[in-house]
Design a protein around this ligand. Structure first.
Ligand SMILES: Cc1ncc(COP(=O)(O)O)c(C=O)c1O
Length: 431
């Protein structure tokens, strides 16, 4: 295979609209974190999230420099302060929980349910009751996550949140365009987080957005995103704000990407269906799928409608992979998963919670075959940095972490690539 197959590469519109909008920004000298592209991108996003045949949604969107910034601002807008607690899905990327600590608050980690891999509603309720009993205070917010695009059980989570009157911040960073009963994720809670990082469903190179419920909330978030200023001729500050607004250049990319967003989503779903077909008869390998339920038996509206940002599989511990005896024998030097930045070189090749040897061996085997595959996220309650945080667990996320793997799914992944990936998996298995 000449070309390496990546998990999810940025993919620009064939019409080149991204460059057109960027050129416009240069031509009009809007090279700042505000301007026509930012406004236009927000409008496009609002149309996308509000579009619903049955509902009149009036969500307002703020474009930001990152999804992480969106989580941070949503928590601030929920009033999270030092000493507070926030319930967050443990099975996630660190950006769902790190901003809780930026605010001096404590993440309360909630384990997952087996079918969606997302926040288990019954554990959420147990945690809320227990935190109230132990601290005398309610958690300040609830952060469910659409892991790899899969919707959480929106009805149950919203029901519990409403029962205890706790705001929900939906982390739909990976779930752009995923739907629950036909409605876009990120529009159910008080706030919805989107990410347009380079590897996401659509990209602005780096960027994110916060979906808000109304004009007042939108204004408040906008204030916090732009250093929170009062209306004097000089800079007057009564609150601490942030420099989190999206650049007008990045937003130009976003506007172009919005013209292909639905194509991207359709492509990811197509790749998922191919994996499901081609891996169906591979013993010991299971493709993770959305629960197959329809709204009121209406076959056109599924309850769970994942964008399948990344396709994921689990591998039974009994499956033997070529080279398995060498798994974890050497310390990894680079950043597995294409992460940006500098990685601290570990002082050991193993930790006390890691994917099984056969999963690591398959990753290495695929890597040598030119395929980027990655373990699923390590649950936050198993991360050393969070070892002192309360966690309400059922063993589900830890068990999936040991057997799970992410496979390529982006717009550049062609049908023959999926066939090659599946053939590679088959050839890695020792018969
Ligand atoms: C679940 C989740 N939340 C939040 C983020 C943060 O987004 P960003 O990378 O744009 O800061 C990401 C992705 O990167 C994510 O996967």
């Amino acid at each position: 295979m000449a070309n390496r197959i990546y998990l999810c590469l940025a993919h620009m519109s064939e019409a080149g609209l991204e460059q057109k909008y960027i050129k416009e920004a240069f031509d009009t000298n809007w090279v700042v974190p505000l301007g026509p592209n930012v406004n236009g991108f927000e409008k496009d996003l609002e149309e996308f999230v509000n579009h619903n045949d049955n509902l009149n949604l009036n969500k307002r969107v703020v474009a930001l420099s990152a999804g992480t910034a969106a989580v941070h601002l949503a928590l601030i807008a929920c009033g999270v302060k030092p000493g507070d607690e926030v319930c967050v899905q443990s099975f996630t990327f660190c950006a769902s929980s790190h901003p809780i600590t930026y605010l001096g608050a404590t993440p309360i980690f909630i384990d997952s349910e087996k079918d969606t891999w997302n926040m288990a509603p019954e554990l959420l309720e147990e945690a809320i009751k227990d935190r109230i009993a132990k601290t005398g205070k309610k958690p300040k917010a609830i952060v469910p996550v659409a892991l790899y695009g899969m919707p959480y059980n929106v009805d149950r989570i919203m029901e519990i949140a409403n029962k205890y009157d706790i705001p929900v911040v939906e982390d739909a960073a990976e779930g752009f365009g995923s739907r629950w009963k036909g409605q876009v994720l990120g529009t159910f809670g008080k706030y919805g987080v989107l990410s347009f990082n380079g590897n996401k469903m659509i990209t602005t190179s780096g960027g994110g957005a916060l979906i808000t419920n109304n004009e007042d909330e939108w204004r408040e978030v906008m204030m916090y995103a732009t250093q929170y200023r009062e209306s004097y001729p000089y800079y007057q500050h009564e609150k601490i704000g942030y420099n989190y607004r999206m650049s007008n250049i990045c937003a130009g990319i976003g506007r172009g990407q919005m013209t292909v967003a639905n194509d991207h989503i359709a492509h990811h779903k197509h790749v998922q269906r191919l994996y499901e077909q081609l891996l169906a008869d591979v013993k010991g390998v299971t493709v993770h799928k959305q629960p197959n339920l329809n709204v009121n038996d209406n076959l056109n509206t599924p309850v769970y409608d994942s964008n399948y940002w990344l396709c994921t599989i689990t591998i039974d511990p009994e499956v033997r992979i070529k080279g398995q005896e060498n798994a974890y024998k050497t310390i990894v030097q680079g950043a597995v998963g294409g992460a940006a930045g500098v990685i601290h070189v570990a002082d050991s090749a193993t930790t006390d919670c890691q994917p099984n040897d056969n999963v690591e061996a398959l990753r290495v085997f695929m890597d040598a075959a030119g395929i980027e595959a990655r373990p699923v996220w390590k649950p936050m309650h198993k991360q050393p940095v969070y070892k002192n945080c309360p966690a309400y667990t059922n063993g589900v996320s830890e068990a999936i972490f040991k057997v799970g793997m992410c496979l390529p799914a982006g717009p550049y992944v062609k049908d023959e690539d999926v066939k090659y990936i599946v053939d590679t998996i088959k050839s890695a298995i020792v018969e």
